[in-house]
Structure formats: structure tokens, C-alpha cells
Design a protein around this ligand. Structure first.
Ligand SMILES: Nc1nc2c(c(=O)[nH]1)N[C@H]1C(S)=C(S)[C@@H](COP(=O)(O)OP(=O)(O)OC[C@H]3O[C@@H](n4cnc5c(=O)[nH]c(N)nc54)[C@H](O)[C@@H]3O)O[C@H]1N2
Ligand SMILES: Nc1nc2c(c(=O)[nH]1)N[C@H]1C(S)=C(S)[C@@H](COP(=O)(O)OP(=O)(O)OC[C@H]3O[C@@H](n4cnc5c(=O)[nH]c(N)nc54)[C@H](O)[C@@H]3O)O[C@H]1N2
Ligand code: SF4
Ligand SMILES: [Mo]
Length: 757
């Protein structure tokens, strides 16, 4: 089918005219991939465009994965003269089957925003950010960071990365940072998001391995969603549930009556942060009624007797008092699980962002293990991921673990990586990185003086913002590498490095179901902005360690390195030949070892883990793990009597809004300004009506927002979306002790109506 005919299918696109091969070739000539390192330093300005992959030539429509959430939908990008002009959801892609949410539909718009970073910016003597040429920027980067390291030791420079850049970039950053520049501490925004699930899986299953495939949404007869507002945060996963033909019971566990709870068949609304008690209470009932799978437990798990003893202290009477879920409801919940033939448990931030999140996640994992609901279609203890490449960052960012899920502290692992990468072993740190919050505290204490922030906006998104802003101000040198100059974090930088974004560069993302998908370059980055990949290569060269990474020339070359790093491990991707194979297959789920084959039709390309009941622990058994409840870090008090929860507000706003706020369509779909959800009881007690201006105050700050009185929240609780820039002024910096993930979803606040002037 020629381009005109192909695009003609989409009414929205209108008439495109003919795109001649000549014009395309000219576009290809204008765009080049060139050796972007030393050449570039000598010839600034002659770079930046990357290669338009040749496979785009024949039909001018190409499929690539979305760069917002972890669903990883396939989008068909329609090109004219080598550049994207529009997109439509891919119908054959096994993830989304022709669907996309508003962010996906609008994914190209943020690329042309006027506040794109087009030049490196360096703060001058008068404190103003001024455009500079790349060589000057790289000079400042290396001089300042090297000075800091020389004076205060290598660990005095740290980085914070992102689950929103491609795996190849994450691996290059991790390798250049730790093996090249001698940086000891690097972490990323995946800590805010997935650390709890990663640690829970590692402890329970022996590897950070979400077991499911999206087809499980369609195969289950009972679907339990915990702390997950799937309808707005992962709308296409919700669409997959809507395709389920087994008339499933859909059970939502969320203190709020969310969009998802409203669409469910049953909603349990426990008090905020009472999940651990609730799930131990369910385990109690399942065990007491003998609604468990003894055969599975004996063959494939360890720790049953101890768990049974532990949960015996959680009878329904206690659970009802502590959670607010009454005994009849609890009994019904247990029965629903028992009756299900294929029960799947799914969780997201309502679980991960908690002071005891790891144990809550494991309490959910325990329910799946106790009832043998794992390794079969429609089952599983399934953590839903957040960002498009949180899974890539969990495996290959060289931050929380050594490349490929290895240990920095294990000599054998270090040797293996040194051999695979052909680098001296003593370049590999022998210690774990500090976690994000510990890096921030390192800055506060003066141990960390230089910080390099890539693809994340902590000045908006980090917990207890007042403290963070104060701490950022103490840095000797702050480098921010972002697509935009206007982010709250970039505005505080000493040096801004302009980055290309999704759509302007190549590489792979790993989605929630472990599917490696391809992102492509379909647009030119503006001005002198460069792909993060090229920035990292330039940094390596400027630093003087470029030779160590001679093999890491292009994203696809790095993909080949990732294959070697994964070989023989749980996350084996050595069977994926190259990008072309990913492209043709509609992504490939790990593990996919050398020699494995794929079904011919993309949509049958589905795999789940643990079908043989063997887990990644040494003895092959999953661990049943548990612990006593921990006190809420900031309980309510007479002065601050309400619990504030935060999270996603709607399907068209993405986090700190740097991208989604640039689309007029998405702005239209989102509410204007900050608001707080208040229960009718709490509103009435304070004389508050919808649209009144109210103050929500915590011990740290007060926020003025619009009131939204709704039955969605229970008395005693409030909810404010995370998209407003000041929400985190209120939040209390508490962390899960094992995952060090911030507990964004509970702090004590007071609510008052502002008097009319
Ligand atoms: N539109 C949109 N989609 C997104 C994102 C976005 O910014 N915008 N971000 C992406 C990312 S990175 C992530 S991590 C995901 C997050 O996806 P979700 O985790 O689904 O989103 P949240 O709104 O943060 O939290 C989910 C729910 O947890 C509930 N909750 C709060 N406290 C508790 C509790 O104690 N127990 C229980 N059981 N529930 C509780 C909240 O009421 C909320 O409804 O979304 C992804 N998708
Ligand atoms: N109160 C509260 N706070 C929260 C949460 C909550 O539920 N409540 N949720 C937390 C969670 S789960 C998450 S994931 C975080 C997200 O927090 P952030 O990571 O701070 O949020 P984003 O807005 O996605 O920021 C990504 C930044 O990277 C830039 N960027 C995008 N693509 C690229 C690229 O390719 N290269 C480079 N160099 N830059 C790029 C964007 O412009 C943006 O500035 O927020 C956390 N904060
Ligand atoms: S659901 Fe997620 S991956 Fe799919 S289109 Fe929306 S933002 Fe993109
Ligand atoms: Mo997230």
C-alpha cells in the first residue's frame, strides 16, 4: 500500500500529497548520525540529528512504543519527508490492539513546545543562565565535577536519572558514571515509583521479575486491583480488562472511590495505610477455611508455618477495627478469592508508596502463592509499573544493582561484568549506591557537592519539597539534562544540557509485562539539543574515559552489549537478534534466550513466568515473607486531624506536566488549577462547599486550593493530585526501610475554609 492510501485510512490526517523518494533521500542526507564525539567538540553545530532508520523508507509509516507510561502501547507514526506529522494507535501491536489514551494520541505535540532547551546554558557570574556552545558546556561539566572530586573524593559527585529514557542510555550513563567517572552514587526517579515492587519481588521470588503478561487481564475470573487507579493511570490496561469474556469479579482496594473503583464490581475502602492488616486478615481467613492450595505451597514455597502463625493474630474482628472493612465484607472478599479459578492480584502506588510497602506487596504475593494463583493464565501477583522504562532502569541503569540484576558487593558478579565489558575490574564499585533520599541527605550534610540530574524534575516531584529546594541550593554545581529549560529543577541549575526527547532518538523501553519495545527517531531535536545517548558519549570523551566505551557507539551497539549482560540470567534477552527483530515481532518479552523462537502472529506472542513453579531463589521456592505492622510515620493529631493522599488526577496529565502541559488538547482535558477532594462530612463540619478556596496545611507548609466535595474520599481523608507544583511542599519524608521508596500517600494535615475577603 502506498503512503497516500495508507494514510488515507485515517480521516483525521486529511490529504497529504505525494512524498517523493528524492525528498526523503534529501531528508536522510540532512540527518546524519556522524561520530558525535571528538568531531563534535571540534565542530560544534554540525551535529545532532541522528540517523533516520532506513526501514522507514518504503511506506513512511512506522510503529514505535509510546514514551509516557509503562503500558508500552504501539503507536503508528506517519512520516512526511522523514519527519512525523501525526500518529494513530497500532492495531496489530500486542499491547494495545489499536487503542491509545489521550497522552499517546498527543505524544508528538510536546516536542515542538517553545520552551524546549535548544542550547546548553551556563550560569554566568551575575547568576544568569546564558547560552553557550557545547564545548564550553562540556568543559564546565568536567572542570567543575573534577574539582569537586579532587577536593572531596569521587563520591562527592552523584547523579539522579530517570525511568523515562531508553535502556541503552541508562546503561551508558550507568557505565560512564560509575566505571568511567568514578561516581559511586547514582539513583533515579524509579526509586519514587518501583523500588518497593523491585525489592519485594527480589526477596520473594529471588529476582525482580513481574510474572504476568497483559493477556492475563483477559483470562482472569477474579481481578484484584490494590492501590491502583487503572482507569486513569493505565487506561489501556483497563481496556484489556474490558475485553475479558469471563465476566470477571473486579475487586478494587483503595481508600478512595476512584474512577476504577466505580467501574469495578466490588470496592473495599480500607483506611489509608491499613493494607497490611487487611491482607494478613485475608490470609487468616483463607488458611482457617482451608481455602489454600497445600500441594502448591508444599512443592513451591518456603515459610508457610511461620506465616500461618503470624497471621493467626489477624482475626476478622481485629481487621475490621483497624481497617474499617467490616467482617462480612472481609469474609466476602476471601470467598471471592476462593471461588476464583484464575485469580490475579495487581498493585501500583497505593502499595509501593508506603512506609511498609515492601511487606504489603509481599502480603499480596503471599495470597497468590497460598492459593496457587501464579504461573497459570489469568493469575499472578502482579506489580504494574509506572514510567515507560522503569523496568529498563530496574535492570540496566547500574544504580540499585550492577548491570543485569547483579550485585556490586559480589566479587564474582563484578568479575563477570568486567569480562563482558572488557574493562578493568577495579573500575567497578564494590559498594551499593546510596538511595535517592540518602543522596539528598548527603548533599544536606555537605558530603555530596555536585549533582547531575537527568530526565527527572525533583524540584516538583520529590517528597518534602521545602527541604529539597533548600538542599539543592547548597550544591557547588548542579547540572540538569532535560528537554525543557522551564522545569522547576532546570531553573535552579548551574548548567543545563539540552536533551532530545522521545521520538527524537532511538532505543528500547521495557514495559510492565517485560516486553522490550522499540522507540525510534521520527523527529529532529530542536537547535543543538542532543540525544541523551550522545550527551553521555560526549561527557565520556570530555572526561577522558571515552576509550573505555569504544564499543558503545550507537544505541543498537549498546543493545548488543545488553544482550551479553543478560545472557543466562532471569532477564535474558540474548535471543533478540537486533532492533529489526523487535520491530517485526511487536516487541519481545524477557526472558528470550538465544535459540528461542516466537509465534508467527504478533498477538499470540505472550509469555508469563513461573509456569513450572520454579522461582529464581537458590532452592527454586518462593518465600512467604511477613512482618509486624509499623506505626504510621506521621499520624494525625488534633492539630492536623486529616490524612492527605496524593496521586494521579486524570489520564491526560503526566507527572510534573513538563510534557503534557504543552498540549492544548491535554490541557483542555485536565482540570484547571489545584483542587482537593474532601468528604461531605469533613466539608460540612468546616462550612466548605465545592469551589471554595481552602487551605490545606501540614507541619511543613500550607497550600491554597479549590475545594471539591465528593463521596470519593472517606471522612478523615483528603486527596490532591500530584500534578500541581506545590503538592510536595505538604508531604512528609518517610520511606519504606527496605526499598527507600518515599511514602507520598499519607501525611497529617489540617483543612480550613478561607474567609471571603
Ligand atoms: N495519566 C497519568 N498516567 C500515569 C502517570 C501520570 O502521571 N499520569 N504516571 C505513571 C506512573 S510513573 C505511575 S507510578 C503510575 C501510578 O499509577 P497508580 O498507582 O494507579 O496512581 P496513583 O494515583 O498514584 O495511586 C493509585 C491509588 O492509590 C490509592 N491509595 C492511596 N493510599 C492508599 C493506601 O493506603 N492503600 C491503598 N490500597 N491505596 C491507596 C490512591 O487513592 C490512588 O487512587 O501511573 C502511571 N500512569
Ligand atoms: N506527591 C506525590 N509526588 C510524587 C508521586 C505521587 O504519587 N505523589 N509519584 C512519584 C512517581 S511514581 C514518579 S514516577 C515521579 C515522577 O517525577 P518526575 O520524574 O520528576 O516527573 P516528570 O514530570 O515525568 O519528569 C521527567 C523530566 O524529564 C524530562 N524528560 C522527558 N524525556 C526526557 C528525555 O528523553 N531526556 C531527558 N534528559 N529529559 C527528559 C521532562 O521534561 C521532565 O522534566 O513523581 C513522584 N512524585
Ligand atoms: S496508556 Fe500509556 S503507553 Fe498507552 S498511549 Fe497512554 S500513556 Fe502511552
Ligand atoms: Mo511512577
Amino acid at each position: 500500500m502506498n503512503l497516500g492510501a495508507k494514510l488515507g485510512k485515517f480521516g483525521k490526517l486529511g490529504k497529504l500529497g505525494k512524498v517523493g523518494l528524492k525528498e526523503t533521500a534529501a531528508a536522510l542526507l540532512r540527518a546524519h548520525d556522524g561520530p558525535l564525539t571528538r568531531d563534535l567538540l571540534q565542530k560544534p553545530g554540525a551535529f545532532g540529528l541522528g540517523r533516520v532508520p532506513e526501514r522507514l523508507l518504503p511506506d513512511q509509516t512506522t510503529t514505535m512504543v509510546c514514551g509516557f507510561c509503562s503500558t508500552g502501547c504501539g503507536l503508528e507514526i506517519h512520516l512526511r519527508q522523514g519527519e512525523a506529522i501525526n500518529l494513530t494507535p497500532a492495531r496489530d501491536y500486542p499491547v494495545n490492539l489499536g487503542m491509545a489514551c489521550p497522552k499517546g494520541w498527543e505524544a508528538l505535540t510536546p516536542l515542538s513546545a517553545p520552551d524546549r532547551a535548544t542550547n546548553p546554558l551556563l550560569r554566568d557570574a551575575r547568576g544568569k543562565l546564558q547560552p553557550v556552545a557545547w564545548p564550553v558546556a562540556l568543559g564546565a561539566f568536567t572542570t567543575r565535577f573534577k574539582e569537586i572530586q579532587a577536593k572531596h573524593g569521587p563520591a562527592a559527585v552523584a547523579w539522579l536519572g530517570s525511568g523515562q529514557i531508553v535502556t541503552e542510555e541508562l546503561a551508558l550513563l550507568g557505565a560512564v558514571g560509575k566505571f568511567g567517572m568514578g561516581i559511586v552514587h547514582g539513583d533515579g526517579n524509579t526509586r519514587q515509583c518501583m523500588a518497593t515492587a523491585a525489592v519485594a519481588y527480589k526477596q520473594s521470588f529471588g529476582f525482580d521479575a513481574p510474572p504476568f503478561t497483559y493477556q492475563d487481564f483477559e483470562e482472569s475470573d477474579v481481578i484484584v486491583l490494590v492501590g491502583s487507579n487503572l482507569c486513569i493511570a493505565h487506561p489501556i490496561m483497563w481496556e484489556r480488562i474490558c475485553r475479558n469474556r469471563h465476566n470477571p469479579a473486579i475487586v478494587v482496594v483503595d481508600p478512595r472511590k476512584t474512577e476504577t473503583a466505580t467501574a469495578a464490581t466490588r470496592h473495599f475502602a480500607p483506611r489509608p495505610k491499613s493494607d497490611l492488616t487487611l491482607f494478613y486478615g485475608l490470609a487468616y481467613l483463607l488458611i482457617r477455611n482451608n481455602w489454600i492450595d497445600r500441594g502448591f505451597i508444599d512443592a513451591h514455597t518456603a515459610g508457610f508455618d511461620a506465616l500461618a502463625a503470624h497471621v493467626s493474630a489477624y482475626p476478622p474482628e481485629r481487621v475490621a477495627v483497624e481497617t474499617g472493612v467490616d467482617e462480612t465484607a472481609l469474609q466476602a472478599f476471601a470467598e471471592t478469592i476462593h471461588r476464583g479459578q484464575r485469580v490475579s492480584f495487581w498493585w501500583t502506588m497505593g502499595v509501593n508508596q508506603s512506609h511498609e510497602g515492601v511487606r504489603v506487596a509481599q502480603a499480596i504475593i503471599n495470597l497468590a502463592l497460598l492459593t496457587g494463583n501464579i504461573g497459570r493464565p489469568g493469575t499472578g501477583a502482579n506489580s504494574i509499573t509506572g514510567q515507560c522504562n522503569a523496568m529498563g532502569s530496574r535492570l540496566f541503569s547500574n544504580t540499585t544493582n550492577l548491570l543485569g540484576g547483579r550485585e556490586f558487593t559480589a566479587a564474582a558478579d563484578r568479575r563477570e561484568v568486567a569480562d563482558i565489558l572488557n574493562i578493568p575490574e577495579d573500575r567497578i564499585p564494590r559498594q551499593d549506591s546510596l538511595a535517592y533520599d540518602q543522596i539528598i541527605e548527603g548533599v544536606a550534610a555537605g558530603r555530596i557537592r555536585g549533582l547531575w540530574i537527568i530526565g527527572t524534575n525533583p524540584a516538583h516531584s520529590w517528597i518534602n519539597q521545602g527541604h529539597l529546594l533548600e538542599v539543592l541550593g547548597r550544591l557547588d554545581f548542579l547540572v540538569v539534562q532535560d528537554m525543557y529549560t522551564s522545569t522547576e529543577t532546570a531553573e535552579r541549575a548551574d548548567l543545563v544540557l539540552p536533551a532530545a526527547g522521545w521520538g527524537e532518538k532511538e532505543g528500547t523501553f521495557i514495559n510492565s509485562e517485560r516486553r522490550v519495545g522499540l522507540a525510534k527517531k521520527v523527529a529532529r531535536a530542536p537547535g543543538q539539543a542532543l540525544a541523551d545517548f550522545h550527551i553521555f558519549r560526549l561527557v565520556a570523551d570530555a572526561w577522558g574515559c571515552g576509550d573505555l566505551f569504544a564499543e558503545w557507539k550507537t544505541p543498537e551497539a549498546v543493545f548488543q552489549i545488553l544482550k551479553r549482560l543478560s545472557k543466562g540470567r532471569a532477564c535474558d534477552i540474548s535471543g533478540i537478534a537486533d532492533y529489526a527483530m523487535l520491530d517485526q515481532a511487536g516487541g519481545v518479552q524477557w526472558p528470550f534466550a538465544e535459540g528461542a523462537s516466537l509465534p508467527t502472529e504478533q498477538r499470540f506472542s505472550q509469555r508469563r513466568l513461573f509456569e513450572d513453579g520454579r522461582f529464581f531463589t537458590a532452592d527454586g521456592r518462593a518465600r512467604l515473607l511477613f512482618e509486624a505492622n509499623q506505626a504510621l510515620p506521621e499520624p494525625t493529631s488534633p492539630e492536623f486531624p486529616l490524612t492527605l493522599m496524593t496521586g494521579r488526577g486524570n489520564s491526560s496529565q503526566w507527572h510534573t506536566g513538563t510534557r503534557t502541559d504543552k498540549s492544548a488538547v491535554l490541557r483542555r482535558l485536565a482540570p484547571r488549577g489545584d483542587y482537593v477532594e474532601i468528604s461531605p462530612a469533613d466539608a460540612q463540619a468546616r462550612g466548605i462547599a465545592t469551589n471554595d478556596m481552602v487551605s490545606v496545611a501540614s507541619r511543613r507548609a500550607a497550600l491554597l486550593v479549590r475545594a471539591f466535595v465528593t463521596h470519593a474520599v472517606q471522612p478523615g481523608a483528603l486527596f490532591i493530585p500530584m500534578h500541581g507544583p506545590k503538592v510536595n511542599k505538604l508531604t512528609f519524608a518517610a520511606f519504606d526501610p527496605y526499598s527507600r521508596q518515599p511514602a507520598y500517600k499519607a501525611c497529617a494535615v489540617a483543612l480550613t475554609r478561607l474567609q471571603a475577603p
